[in-house]
Unconditional design. Structure first.
Length: 298
């Protein structure tokens, strides 16, 4: 299938409506571009499960609290399009903020309340971020009207926000896919390309910290504070600036009960000018990435 590239969200909406009228099922992957294998895995799954994969590429200014972060976010639409065509994507579209929200008429866009899942963690460290996420996702869902939308688990709190949004809208079904990792364990992220060569090995501390906490969980540890000590010990060795390193219950990211059967560890840390996030289901089966010397090993 030849990839169709559109720079007008209105045209994209009409194309999607035409496909649905013909009986096509749309699988949708919203992105901010700078695509990597993790994004492409979502696209391939959308295409395999729904038959027609649609991707948006839009660096959304509404979800950036730091203008400098917005300006340096990597952008390469031509390279993204080449990757998407190889992954079987049918349509990729982009646009400007004014095109996505013409009703604003050049003024401020009315932001959507992101709900309780946005409280704390990323919501606390990035004020307004999830309101921007909820606002653009609602508009994208309205334009595409997919059967399913696919998101990566690396942005775990965002997934909770989007799940709540879809419940409020009544569509689409949200499919949360496992975090894609490099062979050495680093979570795939568009921001990884902003790391300096000498910073890349230190970034692995996030994965080491998470798998160290999982090793402790598997050994029987259920105290959140002790599990968090494993996280912080690994991050301290790499001398990262930590925003948070916590262990929470996975449904609402509330405090972990002593007898919990499931837990999720979440980290946000800064390395130079790059802010990285990662998380891990501590109770999930499976081995650590082969590139790690061992769960939690330096």
């Amino acid at each position: 299938m030849t990839l169709l590239c559109l720079s007008d969200p209105g045209q994209a909406a009409r194309w999607c409506a035409e496909q649905r009228a013909r009986g096509a099922r749309l699988g949708f992957v919203p992105t901010m571009g700078a695509l990597h294998d993790g994004h492409l895995g979502l696209v391939r799954r959308a295409q395999a499960e729904e038959g027609t994969a649609v991707v948006s590429v839009f660096v959304n200014p509404l979800q950036f609290d730091d203008p400098r972060d917005f300006e340096r976010y990597p952008r390469d639409l031509a390279a993204d399009a080449r990757l998407l065509e190889g992954a079987g994507c049918a349509l990729v579209f982009t646009g400007t903020l004014a095109q996505f929200f013409p009703e604003a008429r050049g003024g401020a866009v009315a932001l959507r309340e992101p709900g309780p899942a946005a409280r704390g963690l990323e919501g606390a460290h990035r004020p307004g971020h999830f309101a921007g996420v909820a606002t653009i996702c609602a508009r994208l869902f309205e334009l595409v009207r997919p059967e399913r939308a696919y998101f990566g688990e690396k942005d775990y709190q965002q997934c909770l926000v989007v799940l709540q949004l879809a419940r409020e809208l009544g569509f689409p079904e949200i499919v949360v896919c496992p975090t894609a990792r490099e062979p050495d364990g680093l979570a795939r992220s568009s921001r990884n390309r902003l790391l300096e060569p000498e910073e890349r090995p230190r970034a692995l501390a996030l994965a080491r910290a998470l798998f160290a906490a999982r090793a402790a969980w598997r050994a029987g540890e259920r105290d959140a504070r002790r599990l968090e000590e494993h996280l912080r010990a690994e991050l301290a060795r790499a001398e990262l600036e930590v925003d948070y390193a916590v262990v929470r219950e996975p449904e609402r990211l509330g405090e972990l009960d002593q007898g919990a059967r499931h837990a999720r560890a979440l980290i946000a840390a800064r390395l130079g000018r790059v802010r990285l996030i990662d998380n891990l289901d501590l109770s999930a089966p499976g081995p650590a990435p082969t590139g790690l010397a061992g769960e939690g090993a330096p």
